[in-house]
Design a protein around this ligand. Structure first.
Ligand code: UD1
Length: 422
């Protein structure tokens, strides 16, 4: 298994370019299944989750060509509506093909996405919405099978603004008969990106970015070209890295409104942040202040940044209280931070952090993608060497992470085969 070995203590300085958004591309690739033409997608990041989604499309019979960061998807030869179990289990986002396949091919079957290390992640909101559009759904032997000769527009109100359910239902409704109104929708920027892509294929979707989305069904969707929006979580991660290492990083290809919640917390902690036409410049300080934060659906503080900001809190002055409201089990990184000398206590969905002066390098293991980025950040700050294990999880969502960090002056190596000293 590959690991990162990090020698901490360097101030990271320089410029970094953020790639296309993981969560955006993971919904736009399934949306290509709705098209009768060929779709060209630009700024696709090199991530293992994108490779899995490419494999999902290919297993269904689609032709996918990739050259650099451009992907061309042709679904004219899709020959099956059943997803291989292996892929469904590898990545929860593979469930995003459900809405488009059902809408376009009237039938879809997939294994129930397995549990996840950050929480149970049910699919009830996706399925209830599809039923309201007229799908018959059978859940048996660990599989979900949905059929519908035709989908018909309806009123849907989500119990919770689920990102995936909003996306799946938007995609399903584009080819349904009549008008669908989805209320209490998620407002994440990736949903606006999906709306823009669907409309460029000829769909009639409006309201993304608000909590009511209206979709007027059309007969067919055609070819389109689309550039993926920048990854706001990758941008937020580099902002925290600049702050935590006392560095000075110019972050390019970022949309400031997408990272407003992170900017606001970093400023409250005393970090200097300026914006101009080139990007966002983040300058760290000798010692920041601890601040409280709570994860919320967009535009609130993103759950996908909870672990990374906690590293800064761990070395800030004073006490911070972090509340995780989106996932029930997203504090697994805390035990690993403690190995590095952090003073953190968890009570249910709340973590209480007492800032310490220094972290010290240790052997740590990541349990999920964002926790992994946070442990790398902790390693960059810590005295001595840190080994971060299970880094294939980081590859799911960060394109060339170690290379980008080295360009900023980090000492980080990707190695095979170091064992923990027992
Ligand atoms: C997406 C993101 C993920 C991010 C999350 C929350 C992608 C590929 N992934 O995940 O990075 O952390 O949004 O911002 O875009 N829920 C239900 N029933 C449902 C659906 C969701 O109870 O049918 C619950 C989940 O268990 C979770 C919460 O709603 O507690 C949020 O989930 P959701 O917004 O659906 O997240 P994902 O789309 O899975």
């Amino acid at each position: 298994m590959e690991k990162y070995v990090i020698f901490g203590g360097n101030r990271l300085c320089g410029t970094v370019r953020i790639g296309g958004g993981k969560n955006s591309v993971l919904t736009i690739l399934p949306a290509c299944l709705l098209s009768k033409g060929v779709c060209t997608i630009y700024d696709v990041p090199k991530l293992s989750d994108v490779n899995v989604m490419q494999e999902v499309l290919e297993c269904l019979g689609a032709k996918v060509e990739r050259s650099g960061s451009t992907m061309v998807v042709d679904v004219s030869n899709v020959s099956t509506v059943e997803l291989p179990d292996r892929l469904t289990r590898m990545m929860r986002a593979s469930n995003l093909v459900m809405g488009p396949i059902l809408s376009r091919f009237h039938h879809v079957k997939l294994a129930y996405p397995g549990g996840c290390s950050i929480g149970s992640r049910p699919m009830d909101q996706h399925l209830r919405g599809l039923k309201l559009l007229g799908a018959q759904i059978v859940e048996k032997h660990g599989y979900i099978e949905a059929k519908a000769d035709r989908l018909v527009g309806n009123e849907i109100c989500l119990d919770f603004p689920s990102v995936g359910a909003t996306e799946n239902l938007m995609m399903a409704a584009t080819l349904a008969e009549g008008v669908t109104t989805i209320r209490n929708t998620a407002r994440e920027p990736e949903i606006v990106d999906l709306q823009n892509f669907l409309n460029s294929m000829g769909a009639k979707v409006r309201g993304a970015g608000t909590d009511v989305i209206k979709i007027e069904g059309v007969k067919e969707l055609t070819s389109a070209e689309h550039t993926i929006i920048p990854d706001r979580i990758e941008a937020g991660t580099f902002m925290v890295i600049a702050a935590a290492t006392g560095g000075d990083i110019l972050i390019k290809n970022v949309i400031p409104e997408h990272v407003e919640a992170v900017i606001s917390k970093l400023k409250e902690a005393g970090v200097e942040i300026t914006e101009d036409s080139e990007g966002i410049r983040v300058r760290g300080k000798e010692r920041t202040r601890g601040v409280d934060y709570k994860t919320m659906p967009f535009p609130g503080f993103p759950t996908d940044m909870q672990a990374q900001l906690m590293v800064l809190m761990a070395i800030s002055e004073g006490t911070s209280i972090v509340t995780e409201t989106i996932f029930e089990n997203r504090f697994k990184h805390v035990d690993e931070f403690r190995r590095m000398g952090a003073d953190i206590k968890v009570e249910g969905r709340v973590a209480i952090i007492k800032g310490v002066k220094n972290l010290s390098g240790a052997y740590v293991e990541t349990s999920d993608l964002r926790a992994g980025a946070a442990l790398v950040t902790a390693g960059l700050v810590a005295e001595g060497a840190t080994v971060v294990d299970n880094i294939h999880l980081i590859d799911r969502g960060y394109d060339s992470f170690d290379q980008k960090l080295r360009n900023l002056g980090a000492q980080i190596l990707r190695v095979n085969g170091i064992k923990e000293r027992r």
